[in-house]
Design a protein around this ligand. Sequence first.
Ligand SMILES: C[S@@+](CC[C@H](N)C(=O)[O-])C[C@H]1O[C@@H](n2cnc3c(N)ncnc32)[C@H](O)[C@@H]1O
Length: 251
Amino acid sequence: MAENLFIERLDAQEVHLPQIMEDLDFSIRSLFYHGMEQRLFDFFQIKPNMRILDLGCGTGFLTEWLYRTYPDHELEIVGVDLQEALLSKATERANAASFPIVYMRGDAHALSFADDSFDLIVSHTLIKWVEEPKRVLSEMYRVLKQDGLLCIGERILPPVFLSKDRIDQIVQRKTESMMNSIPHPQIALELPERMNQMGMREVDCIAFSVPTRMGKTGEALRNFESKIDTTGNREQVRLFIHQLLWASGRK
Ligand SMILES: C[S@@+](CC[C@H](N)C(=O)[O-])C[C@H]1O[C@@H](n2cnc3c(N)ncnc32)[C@H](O)[C@@H]1O
């Protein structure tokens, strides 16, 4: 198994697992603000009886959302991640909701699935953390069925901050350390080209801005949380913004 650079590097910045789990949930919820849900539905093109992989699924928020959105589609959904603790939380939640999602430990560099296994692969903010993005992309390609759709979501870094007060300095420091600790911080912008090079067809992108908060910056922003409305109030957008890009392509 590969090193989990995501966990290791956050840990080195004294952001430990309980905080990571909380931040992941917060961060991925931001995907569903501002009417983006419908755009993602359209983008993923989900049909009945699909076999779907969520690679680097973390605590399983997106994985569950796929199931919850199409409960009658008889989707077969598998979530894979390197980190047992995140998988346990994902499993616990799926069990509590009686969602038949299968979570398993695995390394995105060497997946245990046969060739041509999935109709749809989604992967949200994994690829910038892996040791070898090229190997991970070719594993995704290998396990994707002919005509299957691959959808990779990544942040465009560095993030954009619009606030004018003290937050600017806090966030500026955080941004520098974040850019230094992420193995492939700029990979989002290369994704469409990389997918084309891999031989994917119909490569397409959607990009949007989302409010977010991670780790120590989140702590530093605690005083501002009264202003931060997690239901997507535009006040928050003013404070702290990430650009998110989803690139998709057909095998
Ligand atoms: C930024 S988190 C995103 C988690 C989830 N997709 C989400 O959006 O909430 C990155 C995830 O990738 C996982 N990860 C890192 N390296 C991995 C690898 N080589 N194989 C599988 N998962 C990996 C981490 O454990 C972590 O859950």
